[in-house]
Design a protein around this ligand. Structure first.
Ligand code: HEC
Ligand code: HEC
Ligand code: HEC
Ligand code: HEC
Ligand code: HEC
Length: 356
């Protein structure tokens, strides 16, 4: 039997050779055969496709992320109704506005805005090779809105955050209002007036850098005073606000997590609340003293119980600089954590300008 098969195989082979030869043109003379090359080393085994995808795409893993995300302000979208549809706000305050912005359209009005979902920050994988990371809409360095020139680069996922968590205005905008103030919005000429030299006009109860200048402050930017960056810069945003996760903190809750503080730097800390409380309280005490002084100056209105907000009016340049630094430290919302040395400089500057 096996002989029969062998014979058959030889026959088929012979026919194939004949057939091949009959199709070719006249064969050229054979060249001299080169020596065999050395065998290459074996490549590293590829990982099992399932395993590498399931690091992220497991039902349990994704459910845990869903649960954490549901706890976050991004998911709640508290200000989506208020700011999500307006052209000047939508790039940061609605999912659709941010998607438009990423696609190159800024300032779009969004008729039906919605809060962040997974796809607001995540796009599609550009490849499916071993070791791929979660696909993000952008990780590109960010040219800041404040001056349209300075580039902030956290070198990775935190650049996504910097698109929204940055100052919308710098002090230069208000300092420019130092000659004639014209009421462009209402076009009412009777409201135009001359702002005296050495004075600055605080033209709105929303004056300031806006609510989330964290990318600037972490980079030592945004206030009056010598710029400085601290050890926290290298954590970007995700190093503290995401990273390791429990069921209520870290990861997609975006709530800074104790493990993220201890893992690389603050090894001896055991309780997040007591760790940050003293330092944060010290910043709050200084902010309150500055605010009380700024109320007297007419730069802020409000009180310690209900909170403070900018007050429309003309103030001296010194008062304005103190006001500006107050707003930057206050609006950063970390009570000093993001860049302690820089915030100390800004508060010291404000205190000196107000004679505190
Ligand atoms: C580091 C985490 C991670 C790994 C590893 C990973 N993914 Fe993903 N993948 C994601 C995230 C996050 C999304 C976006 C989810 C969303 O928007 O709901 C996604 C989306 C997808 C999508 C839908 C969107 C698209 O790209 O078209 C597919 C399909 C997908 N992944 C396949 C894979 C495959 C196949 C592998 C393994 C080769 C893999 N992923 C490995 C995190 C990961
Ligand atoms: C599209 C703009 C946008 C992006 C991108 C973005 N944020 Fe936010 N973030 C906001 C806005 C707006 C709020 C206020 C949310 C609200 O309640 O409407 C917010 C709220 C927060 C809060 C406050 C806590 C909370 O849960 O309300 C933290 C912390 C935060 N973001 C961190 C981050 C980090 C870290 C990243 C990057 C991984 C990021 N954000 C990406 C716009 C953005
Ligand atoms: C460059 C991005 C950006 C733009 C543009 C922007 N915001 Fe925001 N806004 C944020 C971020 C980020 C937060 C959350 C900051 C935080 O929690 O520290 C926020 C917070 C807010 C809050 C909550 C305030 C609070 O006390 O926590 C309101 C209200 C708000 N924005 C209104 C607006 C309006 C109205 C506009 C348009 C006129 C606007 N924003 C434009 C990024 C932006
Ligand atoms: C505000 C932006 C934002 C939103 C919204 C968001 N993610 Fe992410 N996600 C990130 C960033 C940034 C990373 C990378 C974190 C890092 O490198 O440390 C990430 C990482 C991941 C990963 C990789 C594993 C991990 O935990 O780091 C998965 C899986 C994932 N996201 C799934 C989701 C899902 C599912 C949703 C919706 C429920 C979601 N993400 C919503 C920003 C976001
Ligand atoms: C060194 C760790 C660290 C880094 C880096 C960091 N944060 Fe924070 N962040 C904190 C801590 C701690 C708080 C204070 C939380 C508290 O008091 O509850 C905070 C507060 C905040 C808040 C206010 C949260 C609230 O509940 O109102 C926002 C928004 C925020 N950070 C965003 C960012 C963004 C965006 C970046 C990157 C540009 C960043 N953070 C970088 C640790 C960090």
């Amino acid at each position: 039997m096996s002989k029969k098969i062998n014979l058959f195989a030889i026959l088929v082979l012979a026919l194939m050779v004949m057939f091949t030869v009959s199709c070719e043109g006249p064969a050229g003379a054979d060249g001299v055969a080169g020596a065999d090359g050395a065998d290459g080393t074996d490549g590293v085994d590829g990982a099992d496709g399932n395993v590498s995808c399931l690091t992220c795409h497991s039902t349990d893993g994704m459910a845990a992320i869903d649960g954490l995300f549901a706890l976050s302000g991004h998911s709640a979208g508290n200000y989506v109704g208020y700011a999500g549809s307006r052209g000047s706000c939508s790039r940061c305050h609605s999912s659709e506005g941010f998607m438009d912005f990423i696609a190159g359209y800024d300032g779009e009005d969004i008729p039906y805005p919605s809060a962040w979902s997974c796809g607001t920050c995540h796009g599609s994988h550009s490849s499916l090779e071993e070791g791929i990371s979660a696909p993000l809409q952008t990780t590109a360095a960010v040219t800041i809105i404040e001056d349209g020139m300075t580039v902030i680069d956290f070198d990775g996922p935190s650049n996504l955050c910097a698109n929204c968590h940055q100052s919308r205005r710098g002090y230069a905008y208000y300092e420019a209002i130092d000659s004639v103030w014209t009421d462009d919005v209402n076009g009412n000429d009777s409201l135009d007036f001359v702002v005296a030299d050495g004075s600055v006009y605080i033209n709105s109860s929303h004056a300031g850098p806006h609510h989330g200048p964290q990318a600037n402050t972490l980079s030592g930017l945004g206030g009056y005073g010598t710029s400085s960056t601290g050890a926290h810069l290298s954590a970007g945003c995700v190093g503290c606000h995401m990273g390791d996760a429990t069921s209520t903190e870290g990861g997609h809750s975006f709530v800074p997590n104790l493990e993220n503080c201890t893992v690389a730097c603050h090894g001896s800390v055991t309780d997040m609340a007591t760790f940050t409380t003293d330092a944060q309280d010290a910043v709050s005490v200084r902010l309150d003293a500055i605010a009380a002084e700024l109320v007297t100056a007419g730069a802020l209105a409000g009180d310690a119980t209900d909170g403070y907000h900018p007050h429309v009016g003309v103030v001296t340049e010194a008062q304005f600089k103190a006001f500006w630094n107050y707003m930057v430290v206050y609006e950063d919302h970390s009570h000093g954590v993001h860049n302690p040395g820089y915030f100390n400089t800004l508060l010291t500057q404000a205190e000196a300008l107000l004679g505190l």
